[in-house]
Every structure is written in structure tokens, then in C-alpha cells.
Design a protein around this ligand. Structure first.
Ligand code: SF4
Length: 589
């Protein structure tokens, strides 16, 4: 479909997902550019346009005179049906070019539950799905983002993965491609030779250059390079100085509401805390801050160039940004008169202690979000969650006094050593949060409690733990529901446990799972991260067809076992993770 001006757009929901043409969009001449990069996000436009990484790479690449970068998002089912019924290929948003006219297809991999959408986008572009079936006449397919921390389940489909922060290496990668493009396309440099050259750039991993042997019990016996020169360890790349890293001030402004409909200033990367369940900490390790003067400058530029009325400060733990109060005070001073709101993600109590909530409340009274993760102090210690109840309730009362009425709390179930009393403690805690408002206001607060299931993820001290099975998760959810029923101020919501089950398998999986993902895609799995699309039956059928036991991937791992992701060096030593895991035992004694 290279002409989107036809009647297609009248037949789909939210046509603005497909038209491009946004404010600040790149308008480059496609043909003369030497390297054509398709930037693909395997979820809806509204989700992809809320991803800072996509915006950063788009901006960097389009600033290069010889490079054109255009976007592709996962089409919703109505658009997919139209494309398939008319046998049209998925077009880019900018110049409506088909995927196969690009040199490189780069996927941002933010969730394992987007994997079938990756295959769907390739399929809608008539791109052969497996790396082995694509020769020099096809684009190279590259994956990056958080899921690349364990790329093995998707190894069959990708030519390359990039581990780390893509802005650090993307131009080095493009430069190398530019150098070898002609010789590769003529067949003078083979694909294997080209991949080996790329794998010489720190952070790049070419799965086809490696092979894996398995033990009888299904665990990994050996992971080894197949060719000379392929490294045994792939080291994650990261931006050393956030202040000099590129940031997209020419912020694209969508025509429809997207998930994060505002400008975003990333104030930090990495996290000073060490929650044992947290993969994001490893993904964004080490800790780096953007200087206050740069945050202020970026905020000002972004507002000037977009017209948005909200600035969100983002980072893994914005509460830990040094002198956050001062920064907020300066932002409020600059933007208050223009009624521009400042928002923060989930905060720690210490951040709102003092007058910060007042500063925010003077502009926009958004709800408060906290993540205690567990109801009992005992479990919070096991998680190494930095959460001080006394400080929390003090800060909460202050916030209520400023007029806040709603609180959102995040918890997890399926934690190590979790007992019934720990689950009951979740609801008791929420009830105390609700009741605390009575001290300063006539009535209790509305508390929304969101409950996820713990997935012990790669590169965390919990990576050796087993994940609790579906029966346990149901029991835990039932217990919470039962206890919360008596308090109408508590609204409980659960992450779909079947989705968590599949996510757990895919995030902890090995190479054998490529077949399962392929089967699931062929059986119609799409948008698995959306509970209204997700089909557990399809996934179970895919496991059966591939003759793979899904429970294998959720069981406890031995600490001397080779894990599928061990070859990736995130900068945190495996021994250090083991020591952290050992500390859990000490908490229990
Ligand atoms: S859960 Fe949050 S606070 Fe804890 S380590 Fe991860 S990012 Fe940091």
C-alpha cells in the first residue's frame, strides 16, 4: 500500500496512526540517501510514539545527511486485515515506502509480548522471517532495547542484536554499513563476513555466529562461537555522559492522543537502588544524571517547539535525582504562569516530604503513585526495596493536606517466601493509606492497588528463582480480592496472570523458543501485551506443536548452570548477583 490517500483510512479506527505528517516530522528525500533505516516499533502508534528511545534514534539518524530513517508501527487488526485482503505491503509513515526498500530494519524490543508483532510487521513487508532465509538482497534485521538483554528466544529472526543504549553506537554501525554496503549487495562480502565485522563493534551480537549444545535435561551444555573472531562475551554499551548525549528537541507531535501525551525530559539513567527483582537497573546500569541546567534548557526548548502543556521528568527513580526539590522549584517558577504542568512518575515518600507536593499541586493536582511492591516489611527486605513506612505515612498525610485525593499503589505477588499473611498485609497497607486521609480531610482516600506477578528476570539476583505457577497466582489473587471486598475505597486490579506466564517463559528462554514464537505467530497471535488480544490457547498450542514444555523455563535454576543470557555482560558481575541472591537467605534467618 504505497498510497494511503485512498479509501483505506476511512475504514480503520484512528486513521492518524498511519498518516505521518506530524509536527516536526522528518521530510527527507528518500532516494538519494545512502543508508535507509526502517525504525520499527512492534506495538500501536500510540505506544511507540511514547517511547523515548524511538524518538532519540529517529532524531539522530535523520540529522545525518546521508541517512533516512522512517517509522513503522504495528498495524491494528483492522488495518492488518485491509493490508492482507488487498495484498498490500505495510508502508512507512513518512514516504510510504515498503520495508524491503530499506537497507536496515531496526526493531525496538521493549516487551517480550511484542515478539509476534515483530514477525507480523516483517510478514506484512514480505520480508522472509528467518535470518538464514535472507541473503544480501534483503535488509539486515537488527533488534535493540530491554529485551535484547536475553535475545536468544528471537535469535532465529534477527541478524544482529544491539545490547545497550543504541544512541551510543548507532552512527558507528551506520558508518560500517555505509562502508561495506556496495560490496555486500554485489556479493563480494558475504553476510557472515559482514555480521562478523559488525560483531566487532562493542555491543553487537550476531546469533548466527554462535551455536548452543544442550544437556539431556534441557539445560545448556555449551554456548560457543562457530567462527573465529566472534567474541565469547558481548559487553553492553552505554552513554558515558548524559549531558552530551543527543536529545530530540524537535519532538514529533502526534495528531491523536498517545499514551504519554506530553514532552519528556529524561533526568537520569540507571538507579542508585538495588531492588533484587529489577531488570531495569541492569539494563540502565551505571547511574548517570543530567545536570539541572540541561534539564531546564531541554524543558524550555521542548515546550517552545511543541506547544505541549505538560512536562514529564523521567528516569528509573526520579526521587533520587540530587536536589529534586530545587529542580522542581525552578521548573514551577518558569512554567507556572503559562499553566504548564510538571509530572513525575512513581515517587518515593522522601521526595514529597517538605513542600514538593505543594509545588506540584499549585499547577496540577495529579494523583500520587507509589510502589511499595510488598505489603510486609519482611518481604520488602527480601526484595531489598528501599521503603520506610514511617516516612511514607508522614509524606502521605502531607500530600492529603495539599488536596490529593487518589493514591495508586503497585504491589507484586509470587515473591520468595510469600505467605498468606504477606498477602493480607497488602490489603491492610492499602486500607491504612486510604484511612490516613481522615486526619486532614473529612473522608478516606480512594486507593487503586495494582498487582503484578513477580517474573524473576535475567541479569537480576532473582534470576535463579522459579516463577510461581498459575494455580498459585490464582489463589493469591483470590485471597487479595476476598480481603479487599470489605473496603469499598480499595480498587484492586491484576495483571493478567496468563500473560505474565508467557512473558516469564519468553524472558527466561533459550534458542528453542524461536520455534514456539513462530508457531504462535502463524496461529494468529498478535498484540500479546494487550489482554483483549492475548490468547493463552494459541500459546499453549504453539508449545505443543514445538514439543516444548513451557514449565521448564519457569523452574528454579542452579547457580552453576549456564543461563541462556550468560554471554551478555551488563556491567554487573554474575558473582555480585549471586552474592545478592545469598543475602536473601540471611534475611530469612
Ligand atoms: S525497582 Fe525502581 S527503585 Fe528499585 S532498582 Fe529498579 S528502578 Fe530502582
Amino acid at each position: 500500500m504505497n498510497d494511503m490517500s485512498g479509501d483505506y483510512l476511512l475504514q480503520v479506527m484512528k486513521p492518524a496512526r498511519y498518516i505521518g505528517e506530524e509536527w516536526n516530522v522528518s521530510r527527507k528525500d528518500f532516494a538519494p540517501c545512502e543508508v535507509k533505516f526502517a525504525l520499527c516499533f512492534p506495538d500501536l502508534y500510540e505506544v511507540g510514539m511514547s517511547n523515548l528511545g524511538v524518538r532519540i534514534i529517529y532524531d539522530i539518524l535523520n540529522k545525518e545527511p546521508q541517512v533516512v530513517c522512517e517509522r513503522f508501527f504495528a498495524p491494528a487488526s483492522d488495518m492488518e486485515n485491509i493490508l492482507r485482503s488487498r495484498q498490500e505491503e505495510i508502508p512507512s509513515l513518512e514516504s510510504k515506502k515498503p520495508l524491503k526498500e530499506f537497507d536496515i530494519i531496526g526493531f525496538s524490543l521493549g516487551s517480550e509480548l511484542d515478539y509476534t508483532n515483530v514477525l507480523n510487521i516483517m510478514d506484512l513487508g514480505n520480508i522472509p522471517l528467518t535470518s538464514v532465509s535472507r541473503d544480501e538482497n534483503w535488509p539486515l534485521v537488527v533488534g535493540a532495547g530491554p529485551c535484547a538483554l536475553n535475545p536468544e528466544p528471537m535469535h532465529a529472526f534477527f541478524d544482529l542484536f544491539f545490547i545497550g543504549e543504541a544512541e551510543e553506537a548507532v552512527l558507528e554501525f551506520i558508518g560500517l554499513y555505509q562502508k561495506y554496503k556496495k560490496r555486500f549487495k554485489k556479493g563480494e562480502v558475504s553476510k557472515e563476513e559482514l555480521l562478523l565485522l559488525f560483531s566487532g563493534i562493542e555491543g553487537f551480537y550476531a546469533p548466527s555466529l554462535y551455536e548452543v549444545d544442550y544437556n539431556q535435561d534441557g539445560s545448556i551444555k555449551q554456548f560457543k562461537p562457530k567462527v573465529k573472531g566472534a567474541l565469547l562475551k558481548i559487553r553492553k554499551r552505554f552513554v558515558r555522559d548524559l549531558n552530551s548525549a543527543p536529545f530530540p528537541c524537535d519532538w514529533l507531535v502526534p495528531y491523536i492522543q498517545v499514551i504519554h501525551d506530553r514532552v519528556t525530559v529524561e533526568v537520569m539513567r540507571g538507579c542508585p537502588n538495588r531492588c533484587r527483582f529489577c531488570q531495569a537497573r541492569s539494563q540502565y546500569f551505571p547511574l548517570r544524571y543530567r545536570e539541572e541546567k540541561n534539564v531546564l534548557k531541554l524543558a524550555s526548548e521542548l515546550i517552545k517547539r511543541t506547544g505541549y502543556e505538560e512536562i514529564s521528568l523521567t528516569g528509573l527513580s526520579v526521587s533520587d535525582y540530587p536536589k529534586i526539590e530545587e529542580l522542581l522549584g525552578k521548573l514551577v517558577a518558569e512554567f507556572k504562569a503559562r499553566a504548564i504542568g510538571i509530572s513525575l512518575p512513581s515517587v518515593k515518600a522522601k521526595t514529597i516530604l517538605g513542600n514538593v507536593s505543594g509545588l506540584i499541586a499549585t499547577i496540577k493536582k495529579t494523583g500520587l503513585t507509589f510502589a511499595p511492591e510488598a505489603g510486609s516489611q519482611r518481604l520488602r527486605e527480601i526484595l531489598a526495596k528501599d521503603f520506610n513506612e514511617e516516612e511514607f505515612f508522614q509524606a502521605l498525610e502531607e500530600a492529603y493536606a495539599f488536596g490529593y485525593q487518589h493514591v495508586k499503589l503497585y504491589f507484586m505477588v509470587g515473591l520468595p517466601e510469600e505467605a498468606e499473611s504477606d498477602l493480607e498485609a497488602v490489603i491492610d497497607f492499602a486500607a491504612r493509606v486510604s484511612a490516613a486521609r481522615r486526619k486532614t480531610n473529612p473522608g478516606p482516600a480512594q486507593v487503586n492497588v495494582s498487582v503484578n506477578t513477580l517474573i524473576p528476570k535475567p541479569h537480576t539476583p532473582f534470576q535463579w528463582l522459579g516463577m510461581r505457577d498459575l494455580d498459585y497466582q490464582k489463589q493469591a489473587q483470590d485471597l487479595l480480592k476476598d480481603k479487599a471486598r470489605r473496603n469499598r475505597r480499595i480498587a484492586l486490579s491484576f495483571h493478567n496472570r496468563y500473560m505474565s506466564f508467557v512473558e516469564g517463559i519468553l524472558s527466561r528462554g533459550d534458542r528453542k523458543l524461536s520455534e514456539v514464537i513462530h508457531y504462535a505467530f502463524k496461529k494468529g497471535a498478535r498484540f500479546d501485551a494487550w489482554s483483549n488480544y492475548f490468547s493463552f490457547d494459541i500459546w499453549m498450542a504453539a508449545f505443543r506443536d514445538a514439543n516444548i514444555d513451557p514449565d521448564f523455563y519457569l523452574k528454579t535454576r542452579q547457580t552453576d548452570e549456564i543461563l541462556p543470557w550468560d554471554f551478555i555482560d551488563v556491567g554487573i558481575d554474575k558473582e555480585a548477583l549471586k552474592q545478592e541472591a545469598e543475602k536473601v537467605k540471611k534475611v530469612l534467618i
